[in-house]
Design a binder for this molecule. Structure first.
Ligand code: PLP
Length: 441
């Protein structure tokens, strides 16, 4: 196992990373961003090692993907075994058992006791688009309702559903029609106060539906905790209210659990916190343990709507990715990663909470389990302070801790450590973060 400690042997980025960065700039377009321009040589547990030999504390997990670590033995062994047997058949051509096993696990473990089936895909955006296709086929309706600050991916229908203009959408339109955006009950930023957020946001949703005609809406799609939008936990009762409204109008209720799913939030699925029973659940990111895998799981009758041959894809449910997912399921159970996510969340609250409380520019520490974030604002106001978040994150990077930003206003530092991170290493990484928060007060 890679040595689990923070260690800097050069400046960040180091000389070898800088050379590779120049190589990259020669051959890659600038539209591909990178949070931290270091090139990784290996990664394991809670550590990323770059080509200069620097060890970074990983508080990102490749955006909530490597929850079981970047080379969990359960994943590596199964993928290696699969590589020795075959790499690909295309499930639409000839089948293999692991695809069905992944589907069976998701059918059993996603929220709701109703009969379910699952279709596999390769990326989150692709799965979101398929959830919409399935909902349209099931209802015969075109419309899609999404929320402020939502992120659902970068393909064109998914982009229509994503909220943030720069950098995701600007210049890439026109977008799909009949995608409607409702207010999200964002407690910190609800104009009339957090205590009114649920009731007012739900009546705004009702109004929007009345305006477009609820009988024209196929799906309501929502992240139980928003990811790119700022790790926003909607105010209590909002998610259940949205589900109830969707039900009442015969609209398919879709939970986008791509970032929140598979133990990340201290439950297997974040929908469990609100006792939701989504008609469709979309998963990706941590599902494949680092290999590209996504899924739509849902009510068997809804899932049965698309006619035979109408969904799927060349690589969708790749045998390598299915082998990896089975390793993820094993690791989640064997290592109690749901419990680990709860402990990580408690540690973050312990270590970062008091510092965030005392810092005038830190307006909120929020999230669930190992999906936590700090939002920054100009002291004494809610005016987003993207500059402060960027400086704090850059400080962490220089000191060997990989943090990510998020939020519609770019003013949120988010923490997504691998669920297998050592407690000491986590505390060390958080210590660097709290030092940065204090320094930029
Ligand atoms: C990452 C993400 C997506 C898009 O997934 P990709 O695999 O990047 O296409 C969609 N929804 C949510 C909530 C996400 O976090």
């Amino acid at each position: 196992m890679t040595e689990q400690r923070r260690k800097l042997v050069s400046e960040v980025p180091g000389p070898r990373s800088r050379t590779l960065q120049a190589y990259r700039e020669q051959h890659l377009p600038p539209g591909l961003g990178s949070t931290l321009p270091v090139f990784v040589e290996r990664a394991d547990g809670g550590v990323l090692v770059d080509v200069d030999g620097n060890h970074f504390v990983d508080l990102a997990s490749g955006i909530a993907v490597t929850s079981v670590g970047a080379r969990a033995p359960e994943v590596v062994e199964r993928v290696r075994d699969q590589l020795d047997r075959f790499t690909h058949t295309c499930f639409l051509v000839t089948e293999y058992e692991s695809y069905v096993e992944v589907a069976a696990w998701l059918n059993e473990h996603t929220p709701g006791a109703h009969p379910k089936t699952t279709a596999l895909f390769s990326t989150g955006a692709e799965a979101v688009e398929n959830a919409v296709k399935i909902a349209r086929a099931a209802t015969g309706r075109p419309g899609v309702v999404v929320f402020e600050h939502a992120f659902h991916g970068r393909s064109l229908l998914a982009l229509a559903m994503t909220a943030k203009d720069v950098p995701y959408k600007a210049g890439f339109g026109p977008f799909a029609e009949q995608v409607y955006r409702a207010p999200l009950a964002y407690p910190l930023r609800w104009p009339t106060g957090a205590e009114n957020a649920t009731a007012e946001a739900l009546s705004a949703l009702e109004e929007l539906l009345a305006g477009v005609g609820p009988e024209t809406v196929a799906a309501v799609v929502i992240e139980p905790i928003q990811g790119e939008g700022g790790f926003v936990v909607p105010s209590a009762g909002f998610l259940a209210g949205v589900q109830e409204i969707a039900r009442r109008h015969g609209i398919v209720f879709v939970a986008d659990e791509i970032q929140t799913g598979i133990a990340r939030t201290g439950r297997l699925f974040a929908s469990e916190y609100d006792a939701l029973e989504p008609d469709l659940v979309v998963t990706a990111k941590a599902l494949g343990g680092g290999l590209p895998l996504a899924a739509v799981t849902g009510r068997s009758d809804i899932m049965a709507a698309p006619r035979p041959g109408s969904i799927g894809g060349t690589y969708a449910g790749s045998p390598l990715a299915c082998a990896a997912a089975l390793g993820v399921f094993e690791a989640v159970a064997k290592r109690d990663l749901v419990g680990a996510a709860q402990r990580i969340g408690a540690t973050i609250r312990d270590v970062v909470g008091p510092v965030a409380d005392a810092a005038p520019h830190a307006v909120e520490l929020r999230g669930r389990g190992a999906m936590m974030a700090v939002e920054f604002a100009v002291p004494g106001s809610l005016e987003p302070a993207a500059e402060v978040a960027a400086r704090i994150s850059a400080h962490c990077h220089r000191e060997g801790v990989l943090t990510l930003l998020c939020g519609t206003y770019g003013n949120v530092v988010r923490l997504l450590p691998p669920l297998v991170i050592d407690d000491d290493l986590l505390r060390e990484g958080l210590g660097v973060l709290t030092q940065a928060i204090e320094e930029y007060a």
